[in-house]
Design a binder for this molecule. Structure first.
Ligand code: CNA
Length: 278
């Protein structure tokens, strides 16, 4: 339900008020939560957008249900669908978006505390967001290991296998090799648990391009103080956005909204400079 109360921190629940708040001394620690929607304009499909999302295009992989591609028990029986998808999503093929450069800009302006991302495409790093500011909650393609004996596997060999859509197997036990991407039912990286308590320090939470359906990630929105304004930038309203007095919902394409935000902050030149570097 939408909370009808007047905002307590912001002037109003709109973009100009968010801009004014960012420019004020009250806003020091900005936290971000990202999902696949941040990367769709780079050409990487998200999961759930109707028609363009991966889930509606996975029939060709012969899966019992779409989520199976990220289920460890299914992978154990049949790793081919995952490798097919990995081949399509593999980092290096895509250029970061304007929204990724906005994140770097927040870091350069010394406003970014932590960027929590569900994405596995590593485009935040590619855009130049400092490593120590990024929490890849669902892991990434940066490292990989055997699903049986857990032995790490060589980066270059993995890259070559995914390029050829060939299934990599462990040198010692012949188990399948899986990138350190968090599958359904697997625990999140320890860095995630260590970073979560910092949300209490947030002066501003910005959530971009996620359906907020995957837990525990989605529950982070509830961990910032009641007094912390929360901004949603997404194609649709998601989660419990609107239930707090200082929630702001900005619906539309994130690149366009981020650009508008930067124009109002007089950051547009900086934003374009960073994007041209990518
Ligand atoms: P999702 O469930 O597919 O939701 C995406 C959300 O973004 C939806 O609400 C869309 O309406 C919205 N959206 C799509 N395009 C835009 C846009 N241009 N501007 C604004 N909003 C947009 O994806 P989630 O990230 O919420 O789901 C979590 C999964 C998706 C994580 O485990 C990821 O690992 C996984 N995933 C990652 C990638 C990637 O790394 N790029 C790609 C696909 C899936």
């Amino acid at each position: 339900p939408i909370n009808q109360g007047n905002p307590k921190v912001l002037k109003a629940r709109d973009l100009p008020s968010v801009v004014q708040y960012i420019e004020s001394s009250a806003c020091e620690n900005v936290m971000l939560m990202l999902g696949a929607g941040v990367s769709t304009s780079a050409g990487i499909p998200d999961f759930r957008s109707p028609e363009t999302g991966l889930y509606s295009n996975l029939q060709r992989l012969n899966l019992p249900h779409p989520e199976a591609v990220f289920e460890i028990n299914f992978f154990r029986r049949n790793p081919v669908p995952f490798y097919t998808l990995a081949h399509e999503l593999y980092p290096g093929k895509f250029r970061p978006t304007i929204t990724h450069s906005f994140i770097r800009l927040l870091a350069e302006k010394k406003l970014l505390h932590t960027c929590f991302t569900q994405n596995i495409d590593t485009l935040e790093r590619r855009a130049g967001v400092p490593d120590e500011k990024i929490i890849e909650a669902h892991g990434s393609f940066a490292t990989q290991r055997c699903i049986d004996c857990q032995r790490p596997y060589d980066d270059a060999k993995m890259k070559d296998h995914i390029k050829r859509k060939a299934i990599a197997k462990c040198d010692s036990c012949q188990g399948f090799i899986k990138p350190d991407i968090v599958f359904f039912g697997e625990g999140l990286p320890s860095a995630f648990a260590r970073a979560v308590p910092n949300l209490r320090k947030a002066d501003l939470l910005i959530v971009i391009g996620t359906s907020l359906t995957v837990h525990p990630f989605a529950s982070l929105t509830g961990m910032v103080d009641e007094s912390c304004p929360r901004v949603l930038i997404n194609m649709e309203r998601v989660g419990d956005f609107g239930s707090r007095t200082d929630d702001v919902i900005l619906l539309g394409k994130c690149d366009e909204i981020v650009l508008e935000l930067c124009q109002s902050l007089d950051w547009e030149k900086d934003l374009n400079r960073l994007w041209e570097l990518t």
